[in-house]
Write a protein that binds this ligand. Sequence first.
Ligand code: COA
Length: 325
Amino acid sequence: MTQFASIAGTGSYLPAQVLTNHDLAQQVDTSDEWIRTRTGIVQRHIAAEGETTCDLAEQAACRALQAAGRSAADIDLILVATTTADQIFPSTACLLQQRLGSYGCAAFDLQAACSGFIYALSVADKFIRSGSHQSVLVVGADTFSRVIDWQDRATCVLFGDGAGAVILQASSEPGVRDVRLHADGRYAELLQVPGGISQGIHLPDYAGPVGTTQMKGNEVFKLAVTTLQAMVGDILAANGLQQSDIDWFVPHQANIRIIQAIAKRLQLPMAQVVTTIAQHGNTSAASIPLALDTAVRDGRIQRGQNLLFEAFGGGFAWGSALLTY
Ligand code: COA
């Protein structure tokens, strides 16, 4: 009998410190009006000094475990999607395992920038469908504020920090129905943090800034809209579903105008779209599980409803998922 992965519980965590558009307008040449109208963002949360990705992940994971009625000992795989790991190694997943005390189970990180959560969801789904694992903790967590040039108004207004988590449990009923992953490395230079470990942080052939997010925003915007519009149509068609079968669209929260364009393609009213971008900004791998947990906890998302996720980000890497909650 096929074993499906179903969501047993969700959790999320945002650092306490809030940075508003008005605060940012004191630091760089921008305005609340510009940021709101171009992006839909009003504020974002920023990790305190010394507060790490693993700290955020731990809080989100504990809340998801509690919501699922599980203990850490029940978990047999930990996946952390992040671009901002605490250390080069061990993985943030291993550091998180140490905090949770679920010693011995498999644990690893996965990096697919803003699409990290969908990529991790896909991996977890496949582990569960294969029958090898029963209870998987999937966390999307990022302290993106650490890879931002806070003098660059074109990027610093967009991002925030946070974490979201789900417990996926083996079940005879779906659950995750389909996950589709894509990438095209030819677009690497449109959205990147140049510099790294094997290249070194100082790049001899690169004159631009290193260690912070560099983005050609306009080109990313256009490619994100066309790619995502095609992808959401494809996943519905491949599963024999209509737009009207979707109860909730839970998109990656990068820009409200991107989200509105996809919702329009789906002919879904914005009342059926979960948006947290105003309060959180773009939290990278945390964005979908944060939005999911928000709508589960406020009672909008109910058991038995159909959900559609999509994400797009650096790589480019993008993906979509269809689930029944
Ligand atoms: N405040 C005020 N002005 C700003 C600004 C800011 N924070 N950031 C950029 N500008 C200026 C630009 O310098 C430019 O000025 P110019 O016309 O004098 O050169 C002007 O605003 C328009 O810039 P442009 O980049 O064309 O604006 P836009 O409408 O495309 O919006 C983004 C910019 C970044 C909001 C938009 O392109 C976007 O959201 N892109 C996708 C980013 C994204 O989602 N990345 C993550 C993917 S996971």
